[in-house]
Structures are given as structure tokens and as C-alpha cells.
Write a protein that binds this ligand. Structure first.
Ligand code: BGC
Length: 733
């Protein structure tokens, strides 16, 4: 249980202190909700002793940071994670093991981002915020926006994409949704936590241009557009300094350039110093490990930001101002999440609406990668379907690391396929493979699967990745999981062999789960249709069955490039993943994902932004409103989108820019806008876009600023990064 303090004491203290009503009124009108209580905060800080202030700067239990009882300042209560409120920890690390802490298990970040639907991102956030509120949390530790630099990163499933613009947009919607419920979001992990290997110590060596153009923009947008209340610096080092005390990231960028007014909360156990952290690092030190290795009753006061701060400030009284700044940022968030009033909306949990939203996100986030001869939706000639693969019956919510959720329920693909298609078709099931430590074929299971396929008209193979072997949440046998990267770009348990065989004997449809795909092999060419599901949440099975039956028309788009082989990814081609144990050099610079593949003309299996529908769309008629623009101007244009097929459906119209003549090497495509549009069959809609001058700029490290070069730019509009239908040229004067 968290300690609760009486708000009345605090109100009495406010009344006892004097601050002018007119200042208060002015503050109330501040657009940034974090800035509406500065005078109250001034008064409060004046009342606090150094020891009391320091209580706020570190954990007071596994998921709370400290309060001050004497002044009615409560603890802040945090919870994982990005796609559902995690089950309850006690004040120490152990789980409470109660039956009342289940939650809505939403599709994970990668599936959410594949919807390319910002409004859905907002609704997703409201569900998470509402459930966090019902569970008496103040801050939910998400969204995760780290860039997908390699398919091997164990946490890609929690993250969103290889593209910084898409990540920032989807995160901002999510954050606004969470915060509409009176709860704070916490965007993480700032920054370059793009691998789990040696995450606690690895030093990511990244050029300033790559940081500014690739690794920082999602955080910038989360702050500027999403108005996020808190941020979590990453475990790793960037350019020689731990993120939690990194002067460039924390002071120059976060607090000065981004003008961030909220709290930086350390990742758990990620603080390494008192002085550096006090002067320019995180505001709150979280974790249970440092002071006491056993995690049992850690002495939180001995954390780096505990008693050592008191000692340091006593030696250097002028450092107290740094303590005050941190306390100010913490109190701002406390006011914004209504710790001192009762103005939070009512929270709700596990409602029908929440579960429906989980389904909706899955329906829009599952990506149809291929559909030869329109094998999908399933037609009436089919009599028997063989569902094969362990992921047809697996449940994923409780695994993966800190983002684990105790789902109220999780519908498996097989359950949903039987329910949705069972009346029409005979459904037989064979497991095909079994997660096993040896990573081997299990001959009996393979035989059973081949027999099932022989009896069926079509195979629906449900496989791909899983988080970890059952019961191996933090152990050796982990794949899409925290704390460990994948060791191979091949699906585990020799699935490739089975898929190759199955796809040769019967028409096969593959449904792939995971935070990444796998290398190209025969089965990819043989398989008639492929659905990439990511981790589609508690209603994922339903969404898969509805897409197979045609009840739902797929509209997801890939948020990362699927390359033919591992060494095609630039970080691997250069031998720079996961580094040498000490450093990882980001030598590919800004050429990450499609920025690299498109610029170098390298073939890929499925490109960024790709995703099919059961209908077809035409994007036509690009009309720039102005062909020239200048510094304070925008580029405005319209395009028409028509549903030219036989079904209602949705298309994601993607806008990329290309700088035709540049002093520096720039990618041939950079995503700068997108819109998802729902069209009835035969319907046309005109979409308007507006790009500000920022959309055309690059980071100039010499000038240490963003530069838009005079000259021509192409605006490329299409339905994926490689399927560009319309181009217009505009000139920056
Ligand atoms: C993870 C964070 C998480 C924290 C608290 C860390 O291990 O990196 O993402 O929020 O634990 O569980």
C-alpha cells in the first residue's frame, strides 16, 4: 500500500503562505499544464527542509518515490508499462499475487504503430490512463519510442518503428490520451537504448546529426506536441556519459532546447553518481537494486539521490538550487496529476469498451504483407483448414519483461478461428513445433503437422516469435524480451524447415507474431498470404480470425523494413550491432531503415510503409497550393484518394520529402506526414497536407542548428516508401 497524506494539511499551508491572486490567475491560463502552479510551488519549496526535499528525489518503494508527510506531499505512484497496467508489486519487489490486478492487455507498441492512426493512439492512451487511474497510479511508464535499428533488439515489440516522425506522432497521441485521464505518461528510454545487450553499461557512440535527426525527434515531439509529463533516461551511455547524467542530453537538449518542464525519472537502478546527477541528471532515482543487492527492504535513503545529496549540499550550499529545481519539476507533475485535488476523472478497468478498443487496434494494426491470387479472405471452395503452429494457442501477455500484463483474458488465434470460421469450415489443429531449449525440430510434432496439412485444403500457419520459453521470463531462453537481444534472424525451433515443407504441400497462409520478422527463405515465396501481427493483445486472436474471414479489411502498414537477411541492415552490415561489449558505434549515422535501403537501392523483402488491403486505392491529382515557400511559410497541397476496389477499406497516404540538391548527403526519402483515410467502395476523398519549413531541414552540426537549404524539394506521396504515386516539386526561397 502507498502511504496517503491528508490534502487538508497542504491546503492549510497554502493559506498560511501569501501569494497574489493575480499571479495565480495568470498561471492558470498557461498552455502548458505543468506551468500552472509555480507560485504555490515556490511557497511549498520555502517550507521544506533540505532533508525533506531530498525525500522526493528517490524511490521510497519499488514503484513509488518519496513524499513529505509533515507537509501533506504524497508519494508519486508509478507503474509499468506501455501496453497495460502491470500487476501489483508490493512495496518491495515481490508481486502481491492478488486476483484483483488484471488489466486490459492492449496490442504492443509495434502493432499500435502499424495502425498509423493517431486518433487510435489517443484512444489507446485513454484506456491505459483510465485503467492506471482505477488502479491508483499517477504515472504510467510508457510509451517506448526507441528506434528500431536492428531486428534483433529484444524490446522492438514494445517500441514502434524505425522512423522518428511516425514514432513521435503515435507517441503524442498516446500521451495525450493517457494524460486526458489525469495520469502522467513517461516517454522512454531517452535515448539510444536500441539494444538490450549490455544495456546497463554500453556506450552508444552517435554523431550529433544522427542523434538530432533519428534518435531525438520522437522525444522532442512527445514533449512539444504530446506535452508529456515525464521522461525516462535510458540505462546506457551516449557518447561517454550515462544517459541519467548526460550533460548534452539532459541539460543542453532536454531542458534547454526542448524546454522540458516535467520530471526525468531514472530507469530502475540506472543512476551512477550523486554530483553529476544532481547537477544535470535525472530528478528521481528509481530502482530497488543499488543500495541492497537482494532487493529486500533496500535502504532508499542511501541511494545516490538520498543522503549523499544532503551531505554534498552541506559541503556546497550553493548546490541547493539544483535540489530545488528537481523538487519544482516533481511538484509540477504532482499538481498536474491531481495529487493535491480530487479532480481526476473516474478511472475504469476491464470494461467492454476497453476490450473493444484493444480489438480495434489489433484489427487496424495487423499488416497484410502479401496476398497472392487473393487467397484472403478465405473463399467458399475451402472445406478443411489445418491450423498449425504453437502461436495458435500461445498466450503472450504475462511475458516479455517489465511490460508484462496480467490480462483479464487473451483470446488465442485458434479459439477465435474456431468461433469465427468453425461453422463454415472444418478446422483441425496440429502444434507443429514446441518451444524447447534445444531449439530443435520435434519429429512427432512435425509429422502430425504434415499429416494435418495433407488432410486440409489450406494451411493457416500461426508462428513466428514468442517472448520467452514458459517460465523463462528473465532466463536464458528469451527472444522478444527485456534484457536480452535475439541471437538470430531466424524464427526459433526450426520453424523455417516446417514452414518450407508445409508451404510446398498445400496453399499456406502464415500469421507471424513478433517484434521482428525473419530472413528470407523458400516459405516466403511459397506462402500465398502473410499477416504480420506483432503482439496484437488480448483480442488479437479475434482480429486475426476476422481478417481471415473478411469481416475486417486489413489496413495496417509496416513500421520497419523487413530485409532479406540480417547483414542487409546497415548496423549489421557495418558489424556495429551489438558493439564490442564496451562501445557500439552508430557508423550508419542517419541511414537507418528505409533511409538506408531506399538511398542505396538495396532490395528488401517488404518495405517500410507497406501493407495490403482487400480493396485497391488510387492516389492521384497532387495539387500544390504554393510552389514556393520561405522561412515562415508552409507548403500546402492536396491529393485525391479513391477506393477503386470492391470493398470498403482504409489507406494510409504517406508523404515523404527529398532534397534535390544538398550540401550534405540526405536520404532520398524522409517521412514528413501521413493520413489514414477510410473510404467506402468507389468513394474519393481529397486530403489536405501542410508542411512547415522544419519538414525540409537537416541538422547542421557545424552551425548546431536545423538548416533548410534554398532550392528544390520533391514531395513524394504514396502508399508505401517504395510505392510512390504522386510527385510535386516545391522551391524554398
Ligand atoms: C525497464 C523500464 C521499466 C522499469 C520498471 C526497467 O528494467 O527498462 O522500461 O519501466 O524497469 O519496471
Amino acid at each position: 500500500m502507498t502511504k496517503r497524506f491528508s490534502p487538508f494539511l497542504l491546503i492549510a499551508l497554502f493559506l498560511a503562505t501569501t501569494f497574489s491572486c493575480s499571479t495565480e490567475k495568470k498561471e492558470a491560463q498557461q498552455t502548458n499544464p505543468l506551468m500552472r502552479n509555480e507560485s504555490k510551488i515556490d511557497s511549498l519549496i520555502k517550507l521544506m527542509t533540505l532533508e525533506e526535499k531530498t525525500k522526493l528525489l528517490h524511490a521510497s518503494s519499488s514503484f513509488t518515490s518519496g513524499g513529505v508527510e509533515r507537509l501533506g506531499i504524497p508519494e508519486l505512484v508509478m507503474s509499468d508499462g506501455p501496453h497495460g497496467v502491470r500487476m501489483e508489486h508490493g512495496r518491495d519487489w515481490e508481486f502481491d499475487n492478488i486476483t484483483t490486478d488484471s488489466a486490459t492487455y492492449l496490442p504492443t507498441g509495434i502493432t499500435l504503430a502499424s495502425t498509423w492512426n493517431e486518433k487510435l493512439g489517443y484512444k489507446y492512451g485513454t484506456v491505459l490512463g483510465s485503467e492506471a487511474n482505477e488502479r491508483k497510479k499517477d504515472i504510467i511508464l510508457g510509451p517506448g519510442v526507441n528506434i528500431i535499428r536492428s531486428p534483433l533488439n529484444g524490446r522492438n515489440f514494445e517500441y514502434m518503428t524505425e522512423d522518428p516522425f511516425l514514432a513521435g506522432k503515435m507517441a503524442s497521441g498516446y500521451i495525450k490520451g493517457v494524460q486526458s485521464q489525469g495520469i502522467g505518461a513517461c516517454v522512454k528510454h531517452y535515448t539510444a537504448n536500441n539494444q538490450e545487450t549490455k544495456r546497463g553499461s554500453i556506450n552508444a557512440v552517435i554523431s550529433e546529426r544522427a542523434l538530432q535527426e533519428i534518435y531525438l525527434p520522437a522525444f522532442r515531439r512527445a514533449i512539444k506536441e504530446g506535452n508529456v509529463y515525464s521522461i525516462m533516461p535510458a540505462y546506457n551511455k551516449v557518447n561517454g556519459q550515462y544517459c541519467s547524467e548526460n550533460k548534452y542530453l539532459m541539460e543542453d537538449v532536454l531542458r534547454k532546447e526542448f524546454n522540458f518542464k516535467g520530471i526525468a525519472i531514472s530507469d530502475w537502478g540506472a543512476v551512477h553518481s550523486t554530483k553529476e546527477t544532481l547537477l544535470h541528471g535525472v530528478d528521481i532515482e528509481m530502482g530497488t537494486e543499488l543500495a541492497n543487492k537482494t532487493r529486500k527492504n533496500p535502504n532508499y535513503d542511501e541511494f545516490f539521490l538520498g543522503n549523499p545529496v544532503v551531505k554534498l549540499v552541506k559541503e556546497h550550499p550553493d548546490y541547493e538550487k539544483f535540489v530545488d529545481e528537481k523538487v519544482r519539476r516533481i511538484l509540477r507533475v504532482m499538481f498536474a496529476v491531481h495529487k493535491f485535488d480530487n479532480n481526476r476523472p473516474e478511472g475504469e478497468r476491464n470494461t467492454k469498451e476497453h476490450h473493444e478498443l484493444a480489438r480495434k487496434v489489433a484489427e487496424e494494426g495487423i499488416v497484410l504483407l502479401k496476398n497472392e491470387n487473393n487467397i484472403l479472405p478465405l473463399n467458399d471452395d475451402i472445406k478443411t483448414i489445418a491450423v498449425i503452429g504453437d502461436n495458435a494457442t500461445a498466450r503472450h501477455a504475462i511475458n516479455g519483461g517489465s511490460s508484462q500484463v496480467k490480462a483479464q483474458y487473451e483470446i488465442t488465434p485458434l479459439e477465435a478461428i474456431k468461433k469465427e470460421l468453425g461453422d463454415k469450415y472444418k478446422i483441425i489443429y496440429a502444434r507443429g513445433y514446441e518451444p524447447n531449449k534445444e531449439n530443435a525440430v520435434i519429429p512427432e510434432l512435425e509429422k502430425e503437422a504434415l499429416n494435418a496439412a495433407a488432410k486440409a485444403d489450406v494451411v493457416i500457419y500461426v508462428g513466428g516469435w514468442l517472448h520467452n520459453l514458459p517460465g523463462n521470463q528473465w532466463g536464458k531462453y528469451r527472444y522478444d524480451a527485456e534484457g536480452k537481444d535475439k541471437t538470430s534472424y531466424e524464427f526459433p525451433f526450426k520453424q523455417k524447415e516446417l514452414m518450407n515443407k508445409l508451404s510446398e504441400i498445400k496453399p499456406m497462409i502464415a500469421v507471424i507474431f513478433g517484434g521482428s520478422f525473419a530472413r528470407h527463405d523458400k516459405w516466403v515465396d511459397n506462402t500465398k498470404a502473410i499477416l504480420f501481427a506483432g503482439y496484437p493483445g488480448m483480442e488479437g486472436g479475434t482480429a486475426i480470425a476476422e481478417i481471415l474471414s473478411g469481416k475486417v479489411n486489413p489496413s495496417g502498414k509496416l513500421t520497419f523494413t523487413i530485409a532479406n537477411k540480417l547483414n542487409d541492415y546497415p548496423s549489421h552490415k557495418l558489424g556495429e550491432f551489438p558493439g564490442n561489449g564496451k562501445d557500439v558505434l552508430y557508423r550508419e549515422g542517419i541511414f537507418v531503415g528505409y533511409r538506408y535501403f531506399d538511398t542505396s537501392g538495396k532490395d528488401v523483402m517488404f518495405p517500410f510503409g507497406h501493407g495490403l488491403s482487400y480493396t485497391t486505392f488510387d492516389i492521384t491529382n497532387i495539387k500544390p497550393e504554393n510552389k514556393e515557400f520561405s522561412k515562415n511559410d508552409t507548403v500546402r497541397f492536396t491529393v485525391d484518394v479513391t477506393n477503386t476496389g470492391e470493398r470498403d477499406g482504409a489507406e494510409v497516404v504517406q508523404v515523404y520529402i527529398y532534397d534535390k540538391f544538398s550540401a550534405v548527403k540526405r536520404p532520398v526519402k524522409e517521412l514528413k506526414a501521413f493520413k489514414k483515410v477510410f473510404l467506402k467502395k468507389g468513394e474519393t476523398k481529397t486530403l489536405s497536407f501542410e508542411l512547415s519549413n522544419d519538414a525540409f531541414s537537416y541538422w547542421n552540426p557545424l552551425k548546431k542548428s536545423w538548416v533548410t537549404e534554398p532550392g528544390d524539394f520533391d514531395i513524394l506521396v504514396g502508399s508505401s516508401s517504395t510505392d510512390i504515386n504522386q510527385t510535386a516539386t516545391v522551391t524554398y526561397k
